[in-house]
Design a protein. Structure first.
Length: 211
C-alpha cells in the first residue's frame, strides 16, 4: 500500500519525463499531505474481506516523505497539517492490521530520497556521489529510519527494500548493528535482526528469505 504526499499530486510524472523518479522536481511541500477521511481500519477491513493474510505499507518512498513521527529531517508527518502534525500513518496501519488479524509489513526505500537529493543506488548529489561526508550523513539517516521503523511498531511480518541497500563499504547504511539476531541469508549477506521480521524481501528479484 502506498499513501503519502504524492497521493495528493495532480501531475503525470511519466508524461513530463521528470528525473529522480519525478521526486526532486516536485518540490518539498509536506503541507500537501492532509487527508480528510483517512481510515486505516477501512483498508484492513477491505483487505480481510478479499482474503489477505498480510499487508505492506510504503513508509517512505523516493520523495523522502516519512509517514511516521520522526525528527531525522523536516519532511514528514510532523511537518504535515494532518492531525496538526501529530499523525502517524505507520502506527495507524500496524494497529489496524493487528485489529483485523492481518500481518503487518513495512516497505522503506533507501536508494532514493528526493528531499535529500539522493538517487539510486543510494548516492548523494542526485546519484553522482563524490562527497564522503554528505554520504556518511545520509547513511546515518537511513540507519535512524530503520531503527525507528523496526523498533517502534512491534513485530513485523515482512520488511521490503526497493532495489536493495547500498553496501556500507560504498557509503550505504550499516544494518548489522540494527539487526542483531540471525534470521536469514540473502545473497552474500547475513541478515540479522532484534525485531525479528519473518521475511526479508528485496526487489527487483523479489527474492524472499525467512525463518
Amino acid at each position: 500500500m502506498r499513501f503519502a504526499r504524492r497521493s495528493f499530486e495532480d501531475r503525470d510524472l511519466v508524461a513530463q519525463g521528470q528525473d529522480l523518479q519525478g521526486e526532486l522536481v516536485l518540490g518539498t511541500e509536506p503541507g500537501l499531505f492532509n487527508p480528510r477521511k483517512l481510515n486505516t481500519d477501512q483498508w484492513m477491513e477491505a483487505a480481510k474481506a478479499m482474503g489477505a493474510k498480510y499487508a505492506v505499507l510504503v513508509a517512505k518512498h523516493g520523495s523522502g516523505f516519512m509517514c511516521w513521527q520522526s525528527d531525522l529531517y523536516p519532511y514528514g508527518m510532523k511537518e504535515s497539517p494532518y492531525k496538526n502534525g501529530q499523525g502517524d500513518i505507520v502506527r495507524d496501519f500496524v494497529n489496524s492490521c493487528r485489529k483485523y488479524g492481518i500481518r503487518p509489513g513495512i516497505y522503506a526505500h533507501m536508494g532514493c530520497n528526493g528531499y535529500l537529493e539522493v538517487d539510486n543506488p543510494g548516492l548523494v548529489n542526485r546519484g553522482k556521489g563524490g562527497d564522503p561526508e554528505k554520504q556518511a550523513r545520509y547513511a546515518r539517516i537511513c540507519e535512524g529510519m530503520l531503527t525507528e521503523l523496526w523498533g517502534n511498531y512491534g513485530a513485523l511480518s515482512e520488511i521490503w527494500f526497493d532495489g536493495g541497500v547500498l553496501d556500507p563499504g560504498k557509503g550505504g547504511p550499516d544494518m548489522l548493528p540494527i539487526l542483531p539476531a540471525s534470521i536469514a541469508s540473502f545473497s552474500h549477506m547475513k541478515i540479522i535482526t532484534r525485531y525479528a521480521p519473518s521475511h526479508f524481501l528485496d526487489s527487483p528479484s523479489g527474492k524472499k528469505c525467512g525463518l
